[in-house]
Design a protein around this ligand. Structure first.
Ligand SMILES: [Fe+2]
Length: 264
């Protein structure tokens, strides 16, 4: 088994800016990391940090520099994929020293953490909200899954499930069917983890399970009505802990301050 901390949708902005004019995402990320360091003994042993995109909100070099410095404070091996708000060139520059980040092209990769094969897939189509997987990413995935001998974790920003949040489903993963076809015959124990939807959702892609983690900066309401308001909430914020052992436990961890624990 291996145990992973997943952070997603940090939406860090340039210094002095606020995401969507409201969110001080630099302060929110710093507070999230403070909180994770404070609770670290309760979560350990953690083997690696997985960051599933929208690291930056504005694609600025300053946003990536700040995000990297904060993520480094956790002192964990770190793996990253981009989201729709990211920009590949400055993101690549900020994480270029990490072995898994390729020097050009999509930020797709294969890593081994303990017995677990971790595969990162780049769904970013620069200039649009929805995501798409390239044919060569799917070919890489097919090969990486075929020769895996232990559990497999696939990380991508856009989840291959529809959550019912209409404005997010409208900018979902365009070629979920192709991903499904790629993994349909895979015999490995595969879990797909994503972000993008700023909340916890569980679903399936074929017989493989899919999980989305909460954001470190904002939340989206589940509202299935046709006239649902498009917008975000200041919380709940959180992250996830993913265990690839026999029980395969995935836990959402709230990051909003809460008093306690109180005795029963
Ligand atoms: Fe996103």
């Amino acid at each position: 088994m291996a145990r992973f901390l997943q952070l997603t949708d940090l939406h860090v902005v340039a210094e002095g800016a606020h995401a969507s004019g409201v969110l001080d995402t630099r302060a929110l990320l710093e507070a999230a990391i403070d909180r994770l360091i404070a609770m670290r003994a309760a979560l350990d042993p953690l083997d690696a940090l997985l960051v599933s995109g929208d690291i930056s909100d504005d694609g600025s070099a300053g946003s990536y520099g700040f995000a990297r410095a904060q993520l480094d404070r956790l002192g964990l091996p770190m793996f990253v994929v981009p989201g729709n708000h990211d920009a590949r060139a400055p993101m690549r520059a900020a994480f270029a020293d990490l072995d898994h980040v390729p020097g050009s092209g999509q930020i797709d990769w294969i890593a081994q953490v303990g017995d677990t094969r971790v595969i990162g897939l780049d769904t970013l189509v620069e200039g649009q909200g929805g995501g798409r997987l390239h044919d060569d990413s799917l070919a890489m995935l097919r090969d990486a899954v075929a020769d895996a001998t232990g559990p497999v974790l696939v990380m991508l920003h856009h989840p291959p499930i529809r959550t019912g949040i209409r404005f997010m489903d409208a900018i979902g993963l365009e070629n979920t069917a192709a991903l499904n076809a790629t993994l349909a015959d895979a015999r490995a124990d595969i879990t797909l983890i994503a972000g993008h939807v700023h909340g916890v959702h569980h679903g399936r892609l074929g017989r493989h399970r899919v999980f989305t983690a909460p954001s470190t900066c904002s939340g989206f309401a589940l509202d299935r009505r046709a006239d649902a308001v498009t917008g975000f909430y200041l919380g709940p914020t959180g992250c996830a802990v993913i265990d690839t052992g026999a029980d395969g436990i995935i836990s959402a961890v709230p990051l909003d301050p809460a008093d306690g624990p109180f005795s029963f």
